[in-house]
Design a protein around this ligand. Structure first.
Ligand code: ADP
Ligand code: ZN
Ligand code: ZN
Length: 722
């Protein structure tokens, strides 16, 4: 019997599927794009399921208008994964499904990226052209001349003559043109692996074909990437596809370059939001068709269809960037693990500072731990020192010993990095006469002074204004910037070391034109002496010339209300300090702090992640916090003060009574007001994931009946920070 009801995912914020009559669709069209009417509008959806009946009156069901069979259907593996995510994250299936497709496919008519072959003349072509062309075929002769000069891309030739593409196709048919067979560059040779690396690779390769989660814990520079490459080698040889996840676009060129240098013959696809629409579609399609051997991508890439998937690698698995914060709130790392499980392939989570979630899983044996305890190349141990800011107060952001260290290192021709996780010139603009400070009128936060741009900017809502000439409260013209931002530090360094080659690496300094890639290359090549940077620079880069790292001020996170702040800070500081040091002389790390006795610094100086992790896990256990328990968070925001809190109190009343699920009181958010909206949150927690999800299923359904016009709310499962 033919299926009777087509269940379609549409990009509409409603839970569940939309039902249609099959129309032209066949049973095997599951996973294909369909065109449907919603109200009076045409929309593009994805056919996800068949049903025997619908809750909607059959006479009211409309037929599917059209089915797109020009692309292979989305494989069942991905359809199952999407439905799992919708259920787990309590999110509507439609928007998730459509977000997982390349944007080009969200429109019915889409243009494929035109192939752009490289052409060269064959011997026959060289003899025939341009002799066989009519003397007056000027444009055609021009093409022939160009081809005689050497190989050329079709796109370049197409600019030379009208209908060039058709002509080239014709010449190719006559045997006059051919596409040269690319000669792969010689492969880069792997280093002689150390025992830990070899054992790690052996373990991963031995697990191919079965779901096995690995936590690859390796100190910075321990050669984790070599382990990935070793595992990739095995999957390539077996004809399997590998998905390589990176937390940020910025890290994809680097790892992609290392992969293609090692495996020049393999086909590699990049998938991230920085790609042009057509390119992204082409890469996605290469993955779906099975042509791509390796896919390197950020968050959404976790949903890439890969019919021959054999291995998943998640680099820097602790990175909060894996957590999507808008639309569907999901953790790409966690989805990667589920995908590995449902597909039955190994997954490798790699980090020098694993998330406590993954670390806890490794200690209970749910994940297999692989350790790389040593740096891969001989490096003298780091020389780490604290600078007690209470005793040596900073001048222009740096204490005297820090200035001295910079001076010495410059004199030696060394490269130094100053880490300051605060962009802009100064975080506060203050009136010293009356105490007025420039606040964001829309947020519970100060405006940051950006001196170069001559603007005050809110880093939370993006509001911009011109700095006032005088104090708006008392008229005092002497407004002073207070505190240090990266721009101010950059200015102080430029004044103090006028001959030094200085660079700032933060979100404001980098743009499309001046990309992180360019800067990273300059740093790598030693074209920069001094770098001022935010966490942007802390991530996964290998800078062989860096020998001094100064942490300007990281104290802010030590006493944060977010229980994950210390874990995050430790990861950042270990990453930054791990950048220092070469084989010939030890790297130096100076940490400026008001709290030199803080345990975080003790663990940092010992490069002791396991020690800190044990301490933090014991605390989480004492307080029943994740990863010991599971959390979900209901966040609400509203333009009127207290409306969000009031709504959460009402929401609390609607909570079903479920044993073992603890519901906390609604409280204002850590940032209680943002972009003109008041924000509050309510956390629920349980030791039992099934219980928590049973609770959330019911609560979520009840909440949907309690919509308030001005209150926006969102339910997040496993919220990554407070
Ligand atoms: P990680 O990813 O852990 O930071 P990488 O794989 O980037 O480390 O390795 C750090 C540096 O050490 C790289 O330059 C890499 O080429 C080199 N390296 C890795 N393994 C070895 C090895 N076994 N012998 C020599 N050099 C190695
Ligand atoms: Zn004033
Ligand atoms: Zn603001």
């Amino acid at each position: 019997m033919p299926p009777r009801v087509a269940r379609v995912a549409l990009d509409l914020p409603l839970p569940g599927f939309f039902d249609y009559l099959p129309g032209p669709a066949q049973a095997d069209d599951l996973g294909r794009r369909v065109r449907v009417m919603v109200g009076k509008r045409e929309r593009v959806g994805l056919l996800l399921d068949w049903a025997d009946s619908s809750e909607i009156d059959p006479s009211k069901l409309r037929p599917l208008l059209d089915v797109d069979r020009s692309l292979p259907p989305l494989p069942e593996e991905i359809r199952v994964l999407l439905q799992f995510c919708a259920a787990y994250y309590h999110a509507p299936i439609g928007p998730i499904t459509l977000a997982a497709l390349p944007t080009a496919l969200r429109r019915w008519e889409f243009t494929r990226l035109r192939p752009d072959p490289l052409w060269q003349l064959t011997a026959a072509g060289a003899a025939a052209l341009p002799q066989q062309l009519a003397p007056r075929a000027i444009a055609q002769r021009r093409l022939a001349t160009q081809l005689h000069a050497g190989q050329a891309r079709e796109s370049a030739l197409a600019t030379q003559a009208p209908r060039a593409r058709a002509l080239l196709a014709d010449w190719a048919r006559r045997g006059w043109l051919e596409q040269p067979v690319p000669v792969p560059a010689p492969a880069s040779l792997p280093p002689v692996l150390n025992t830990s690396q070899a054992q790690a690779i052996e373990a991963i390769v031995g697990a191919l074909g079965t779901y096995t989660p690995f936590l690859l814990h390796g100190v910075t520079g321990s050669g984790k990437t070599e382990v990935y490459l070793g595992a990739l080698d095995a999957t390539l040889q077996r004809g399997l596809q590998t998905l390589v996840m990176v937390p940020e676009i910025g890290l994809s060129p680097q790892i992609a370059a290392r992969i293609s240098a090692r495996f020049p013959g393999a086909s590699l696809s990049l998938l991230h939001s920085g790609l042009a629409e057509g390119e992204r579609l082409a890469h996605w399609q290469a993955a779906l068709d099975g042509h791509a051997d390796i896919v390197v991508g950020t968050r959404l890439a976790v949903f890439t269809p890969l019919p021959r998937l054999g291995l998943i690698l998640v680099d820097e698995e602790h990175d909060a960037a894996y957590a999507q914060q808008e639309g569907l709130r999901y953790s790409a790392r966690d989805v990667a693990v589920w995908r590995a499980r449902t597909t039955g392939v190994p997954v490798v989570l790699g980090s020098a500072t694993p998330s406590l979630e993954s670390w806890a899983n490794a200690t209970t044996g749910r994940y297999r731990r692989l350790d790389l305890p040593q740096r891969a190349r001989a490096v003298a141990p780091l020389d780490m020192q604290r600078i007690d800011l209470r005793q040596t107060p900073p001048i222009e952001g740096l204490a005297a010993p820090a200035w001295q260290a910079l001076d010495d290192n410059l004199g030696r021709g060394g490269q130094s990095l100053i880490f300051l996780n605060r962009r802009g010139y100064a975080p506060v603009l203050l009136c010293h006469a009356c105490g007025w400070g420039a606040d964001c009128p829309r947020c519970a936060s100060r405006l940051t002074l950006h001196l170069k741009a001559g603007r005050l900017r809110c880093h939370h809502c993006g509001l911009e204004s011109r700095p006032p000439a005088t104090c708006p409260d008392c008229g005092n013209p002497d407004l002073r910037p207070l505190g240090q931002g990266t721009q101010r530090l950059e200015a102080a360094l430029a004044a103090r070391f006028p001959g030094a080659r200085l660079a700032r690496a933060d979100r404001d300094a980098l743009s499309r034109k001046h990309s992180w890639e360019t800067l990273a290359t300059q740093i790598h090549d030693g074209a920069i002496d001094l770098i001022v940077g935010t966490q942007l620079i802390a991530k996964g880069h290998d800078f062989p010339r860096l020998d001094l790292v100064i942490v300007a001020n990281a104290d802010g996170a030590l006493y944060s209300q977010d229980f994950r702040a210390e874990e995050t800070l430790f990861a950042q500081l270990l990453q930054v300090s791990g950048r220092a040091g070469r084989a010939d002389h030890p790297g130096r790390v100076l940490v400026q702090t008001h709290f030199p006795q803080h345990r975080l610094y003790a663990h940092l100086f010992d490069q002791d992640y396991p020690g800190l992790a044990a301490t933090l896990l014991a605390e989480r256990r004492a307080l029943d916090l994740p990863p010991i328990s599971r959390q979900a968070r209901l966040s609400a925001e509203a333009p009127e003060a207290d409306a969000a809190l009031a709504w959460l109190h009402a929401a609390r009343q609607l909570a079903p009574a479920t044993p073992e699920v603890r519901i906390f009181d609604p409280v204002p958010a850590l940032m209680p007001r943002r972009a003109g909206r008041w924000r509050a949150q309510l956390v629920v927690q349980s030791f039992s994931r099934p219980r928590l999800h049973a609770f959330l299923d019911e609560w979520d359904a009840r909440l949907r009946t309690e919509q308030r016009r001005t209150v926006r709310w969102v339910l997040e499962v496993d919220p990554p920070f407070m």
